[in-house]
Design a protein around this ligand. Structure first.
Ligand SMILES: *[C@@H]1O[C@H](CO)[C@@H](O)[C@H](O)[C@H]1NC(C)=O
Ligand SMILES: *[C@@H]1O[C@H](CO)[C@@H](O)[C@H](O)[C@H]1NC(C)=O
Ligand SMILES: *[C@@H]1O[C@H](CO)[C@@H](O)[C@H](O)[C@H]1NC(C)=O
Ligand SMILES: *[C@@H]1O[C@H](CO)[C@@H](O)[C@H](O)[C@H]1NC(C)=O
Ligand SMILES: *[C@@H]1O[C@H](CO)[C@@H](O)[C@H](O)[C@H]1NC(C)=O
Ligand SMILES: *[C@@H]1O[C@H](CO)[C@@H](O)[C@H](O)[C@H]1NC(C)=O
Length: 283
């Protein structure tokens, strides 16, 4: 009773079951085409009008089959080394020995490829004041097309634009059909250092980076220079004073040793001499 109803349903209103199958580039997938217990006469897995692989109970298949596929257990197909061109809708066509034909099972295969971790390259104006930094993010070998996204602080500070995305592109390779996703953003360094920035394609994130690092602080630099300058000046003055004192002392000693009566004899000594002279005269 149920079988009859089911058959009626199928013949009168043939619903197509669409199964979703996901694969990754370079990996394998398995197409399971369900069949009932009856004896199978033929099985074709077709992509559009093209035979992929199959089975015939009585004779070998006439058309060539895809070399990256293998049929097991009558209606199961393993597909190896997936690439993007394998993506699409496949039909399971099964004919039983009683001539009943089943073309109601469709399998949609989608193939993805992981993007590489985005590479960040930063180029800045030498002087940051009023200048800026240009940042470029690149990621390769992905599928499907995915835009490069930027994760960072707010792009606007009240009425001023701190940074903006200049352009983005997704370039597809003709042969592999894989995408390179790129984007360029510019940062205005008038608003200081911007930290904790990342770019990402889908789930794949770049390393964290920062831009507009202040150039070696000129304020500190000046202070250090001034301190060093001050120390040098003090040293120079001390050395100079010592030199002067030393020269004077030397002159004094020389004068005393030669006993030059004309000039360099100290007034006290002159006085003493006079006293002595006077004393001798007195006694
Ligand atoms: C894909 O199939 C090949 C051939 O059977 C096998 O060597 C390989 O390990 C499979 N790869 C994965 C990821 O299962
Ligand atoms: C792709 O990325 C997913 C999620 O990160 C991971 O599970 C999978 O192994 C990756 N595939 C390949 C081929 O690297
Ligand atoms: C994006 O903009 C940058 C800076 O103006 C430029 O160097 C680069 O070529 C542009 N990229 C594209 C894909 O237009
Ligand atoms: C995908 O693999 C098939 C073989 O299975 C090959 O003929 C085809 O050139 C490949 N396509 C790409 C885009 O690599
Ligand atoms: C950066 O911001 C300052 C202050 O708002 C502005 O004067 C300057 O033109 C901006 N620079 C760029 C490259 O947009
Ligand atoms: C916005 O920029 C101005 C001028 O550079 C700065 O004084 C102010 O602190 C900034 N505000 C925020 C919220 O970053």
């Amino acid at each position: 009773m149920w079988a009859v109803l089911g058959l009626l349903f199928v013949t009168v209103w043939p619903t197509v079951a669409q199964v979703q199958l996901k694969g990754q580039i370079g990996q394998n997938v398995t197409f399971n085409c369900p069949h009932n217990e009856k004896k199978i006469k033929l099985f074709y897995l077709q992509k559009d009008q093209t035979l992929v692989n199959g089975f015939h109970a009585e004779k070998p298949l006439q058309t060539p089959t895809w070399e990256n596929t293998e049929v097991v257990n009558f209606t199961t197909v393993h597909m190896y080394r997936l690439n993007i061109s394998h993506q699409g809708t496949y039909r399971c066509i099964i004919q039983y020995n009683n001539k009943q034909l089943d073309d109601t099972q469709h399998i949609h295969l989608s193939v993805t490829a992981n993007y590489s971790k985005p590479k960040v390259s930063v180029s800045c104006d030498k002087k940051h004041e009023s200048g800026g930094c240009l940042v470029r993010c690149d990621s390769q070998g992905g599928f499907p097309r995915t835009k490069m996204m930027w994760n960072g602080p707010a792009t606007w500070n009240t009425s001023h634009q701190i940074w903006k995305v200049l352009n983005s592109s997704e370039h597809q390779d003709k042969d592999t059909m894989l995408f390179t996703s790129s984007s360029t953003a510019c940062f205005n360094c008038s608003y200081g250092k911007q930290e904790f920035l990342r770019c990402s394609v889908g789930d794949v994130e770049s390393n964290m980076f920062s831009v507009c690092e202040p150039p070696p602080d000129p304020g500190n630099h000046d202070v250090i220079l001034k301190v060093i300058g001050g120390i040098c000046a003090i040293c120079a003055i001390v050395v100079f004073i010592r030199l002067v004192v030393w020269v004077l002392l030397r002159k004094c000693r020389k004068g005393r040793r030669t006993g030059d009566p004309a000039g360099s004899v100290m007034p006290e000594e002159v006085l003493t001499l006079n006293d002595v002279k006077g004393g001798k005269e007195a006694s």
